[in-house]
Design a binder for this molecule. Sequence first.
Ligand code: GLA
Length: 637
Amino acid sequence: MSRALRTGLLLAASFAATGLITTELHAAPDPLTPTGQWSVTARGQAPLPPMGWNSWNAFNSDIDEEKLMAAAKALVDTGLAAKGYRYVDIDDGWWLKRRQNDGRLLIRTAAFPSAQTGDGNTSFRPLTDRLHGMGLKAGIYSDIGRNSCGQAYTADFKGQPEGNVAEREVGLYDHIDQDIGLMMGEWGFDLIKIDGCGIRAMSPENKLVSSGQYRALGPLVDYENLSRTDIPAVRDLYRRVGLALARTRPANDYVLSICLWGAADVRSWAKELGNMSRTSEDISPNWERMLHNLDSASRRELYAHPNSWNDPDMLYVGTGEFDTAHVQEARSHMALWAMLNAPLIIGYDMRKATPELLSILGNNALIALNQDAGGNQAVLAYDGDTAQIFVKTLADGGKAVALLNRTGGPIDVKLTAAHLKLREDSGIDLTDLWTGAQSRFTKEVNLHLAAHQTLVFRVAGARAHPGGLYLSEMPGSVNPAVDGIVEPMADPMVHRGLLPWRNTRGDGEHPIYGGWGGARADATPYGMSLRIGGVNFSSGIGALANSRLEVRNAGYRNFAARVGIDDSALSPDARVRFEVFADGRSVARSGWMKRGDQPVALNAPVEGARIIELVARGDRGDLQNVTVTWGAAALDR
Ligand code: GLA
């Protein structure tokens, strides 16, 4: 999108200069032109973050029908299903081969005996029927390339596809319509997770390829380098999956889970195609990796919306450093995923679940946070290497706050009324969501956090901005449709841990791309405080020049903001003009502004408008990293 934007603007500028604008030359539309639309996908059904169970973290690829049905039964018997954990998802390891005369996928019936149909075919229909009969939903797994992650990365993989090279090509590539029709139509699955190892790992240089075990493909994705990733090609493959799903499931009753681990600029396009999208590489059951996955999603609060959620990967609650001997860590993991609106997908062998574990996974108050109808991912009110404070605005206007101690020793932190955007001069009530304990403070309170502890509270108090909501309190309703990134950069903020499988071998984990520079709530795209002409804004939206933000308006009558180029912008020469649109109609506009100018107030009546768009147009299409601020941006009644 960013490159298209740049080309579009450069073309428009040069044609305008030469007076050459013709109908044909308008072919590349200006992406900053308001559309009056909400562009987050309406395909699929995930108005709230999906919840359920997946086989991968519990069993790796060693999955079979007995284990799967035991998990399904446990979800029902323990009451977790009634609390929302409904998806039962098969991950890698289910497939046997692709039949060559007709391209049909065959299931490993040794592991899934009910899939044997007698006519030489195999079908998951008996299994999905059983799951549906239990009130559950069923999920399946595939890869967008020809081969799976297990084939690419794990030599001793259980349940590896069998046969010759072509028979072992079990991924969707060249079979999108057929496989989607089979899995989501004939077999009746409700969710499909689509991995990307087949377009990432099958380079001609790979020994598995050069030795003749697999065919070369691309690679289209280089996990570490966007410059070596064919973003349009990757996106187009997932777009074709979307079309196949729409054809197969016209009732729109499915979930598309994109598994590209934050690569291929998926952050900027998943919201138009998928219902959940992985923001990082796989989680593993240790604290450092949990922090890594947390960080990959925690600063992308504006990229998670109803029907398209950030997915920092599945829960590891119950295992390793999140087992019941590490209750502090297990609770933190659960609380943080709940606050981030992450899909809550259990990855534990449910046959072994203890009451203690169930009390964590089944905590009603935390599930309610995750499933809150407001659909707002928590926003970082304090962002540090040691402590972080996350605040989530709920559908009823109330708040939840989580205070995370990232370190291995105890710390004291201060929670302030300002973190919560509540008044300092009246009482603020806290309800601890683990213990139910209630407390009250005014202005600020000192809280003690044990090592790796996350305190999480429901909050009630008097709003500092009583007339409506700041946009930064409703990230689920703000969509950076065009984020203005010209040259994507790797994200330096994501925790780079000591990987258990690598330790200090190699030169460590590097910053990788994952959305650095995207719009933020209450921060600039690079994590600075919002500041225009020396004026600080504790609330607001930080974006880049040449961006267009869509805002859903739930009945508010007025939009107000104080706008300008942020003081953190590097270029003193850039000029930016700010404009507000209501259902495509211009309702307020600033003049051209430069860095250092005082903030300009924009006020606009927006009553009756469904979509408000905030456009920050630069004087050049190639402005790089010019931060702009919609200070104190709010919708008021
Ligand atoms: C990738 C995915 C995991 C899992 C495995 C299966 O690593 O990121 O979530 O699906 O593949 O092989």
